[in-house]
Write a protein that binds this ligand. Structure first.
Ligand code: 6GU
Length: 270
C-alpha cells in the first residue's frame, strides 16, 4: 500500500518508521511518504492560509496551494484527465466536523492500493477542496476521530493509519489477535477483560472459570462479560446488535440486564 501524507509538519510522521509500521515499511508492505505542503507555495512567506470569508476567528487553508499539491500527487495535470484515471488514491481529510472514523472504515481502507491524506491546520481548509476533487471523480473522505478538538489533522492521520495498516494481510505477526477484538464484525461488543499468570496476584484472583480448562464455559464467561461491559459502557452498541445473531444464552444475559430482545434490535426496558 502506498501512502502519501501532506502536512505543514511532515517531520511529525517520522514516528511511522518505528514499531510494526516501520517493520511493514522495511518489508515493502507499506510505502509512506510525508510531503511538506509549503513546497507547493510560490510566495516568499510560503503561506498556506488566509482569513475566513464571512469573518470569524482563526485562519483557513487556501485552496490554490492544496490544489497544486493534490493535482501532482493524484497524478493529474489537467482536471479533464482525472475522470479517465483509474487507480487514483482515496483522498482523506481529517476534520473534527466530519463523520466518525470507525473500524468499518479502517477495514474497508485496508484493501486500498493508495491513500492520500491532507492534514488541515488552523480552523481547517477551504470547503471547496474536497468538493472539487469529488466532482472530478476522486473517492474523497472526511473523518473525525472523536468528539474532542485537536490542533491539526496530524494526530488523527496517525490514528487512522495505525487502525488501517494493522488490518493489512501480513502486517501482524499473529493475525488471530485481530479476529476477536472489540469493534470488529457486525455484532460489535467491547472485548472481555484479559488476565495472565499468576492466578493470584496481591491477593486478587483471576476468575475461577478461566482456570477450569473448559473451553465452552470460558467462551460463555467471556461472551457474558463482553455483553455486561458493553451494556454498562456503550449501550449504543447493544442497541445496534442484530437480535437474530444472538444465541439463547446471549438473550438470557441481555434480558437479565434489562433488554428486550424480540424485535430486530435490542431495546432497553425502563
Ligand atoms: Cl480529524 N482533526 C482535528 N483537528 N481535530 C479532531 C479530529 C480531526 N478528530 C477529532 N478531533
Amino acid at each position: 500500500m502506498k501512502i502519501d501524507i501532506v502536512s505543514v509538519f511532515p517531520e511529525y510522521f517520522e514516528v511511522m518508521n518505528l514499531s510494526l509500521m516501520g517493520k511493514a515499511q522495511a518489508k515493502g508492505l507499506l510505502e509512506i511518504k510525508a510531503h511538506n505542503l509549503r513546497d507547493w507555495t510560490h510566495d516568499v512567506h510560503h503561506s498556506v492560509d488566509d482569513t475566513p470569508v464571512g469573518g470569524g476567528a482563526g485562519m483557513v487553508m487556501k485552496p490554490e496551494v492544496w490544489s497544486e499539491c493534490l493535482d501532482e500527487l493524484l497524478g493529474f495535470s489537467r482536471p479533464s484527465e482525472s475522470s479517465a484515471l483509474s487507480g487514483t488514491p482515496v483522498l482523506i481529510f481529517p476534520n473534527p466536523s466530519a463523520p466518525l472514523f470507525t473500524q468499518r472504515d479502517a477495514t474497508e481502507l485496508s484493501h486500498a492500493d493508495h491513500l492520500l491524506f491532507g492534514c488541515g491546520r488552523y480552523e481547517g481548509y477551504d470547503a471547496r477542496i474536497p468538493d472539487y476533487y469529488r466532482s472530478q471523480g476522486v473517492d474523497v473522505r472526511e473523518y473525525s476521530i472523536g468528539d474532542y478538538v485537536l490542533n491539526g489533522g496530524e494526530v488523527a492521520v496517525s490514528v487512522m493509519l495505525e487502525a488501517i495498516t494493522r488490518l493489512m494481510p501480513g502486517f501482524m505477526g499473529n493475525p488471530d489477535s485481530i479476529v476477536e477484538e472489540s469493534y470488529t464484525g457486525e455484532g460489535a461488543l467491547l472485548e472481555h477483560r484479559q488476565y495472565t499468570k499468576p492466578a493470584v496476584w496481591r491477593g486478587i484472583s483471576v476468575p475461577e472459570v478461566l482456570l477450569s480448562g473448559n473451553h465452552g464455559k470460558v467462551d460463555r464467561f467471556r461472551r457474558d462479560e463482553a455483553l455486561t461491559r458493553t451494556n454498562e459502557i456503550r449501550p449504543d452498541l447493544i442497541e445496534a446488535l442484530d437480535c437474530k445473531a444472538l444465541d439463547k444464552a446471549d438473550r438470557k444475559t441481555l434480558m437479565a440486564l434489562g433488554w428486550e430482545v424480540s424485535a430486530t434490535h435490542p431495546r432497553k426496558l425502563d
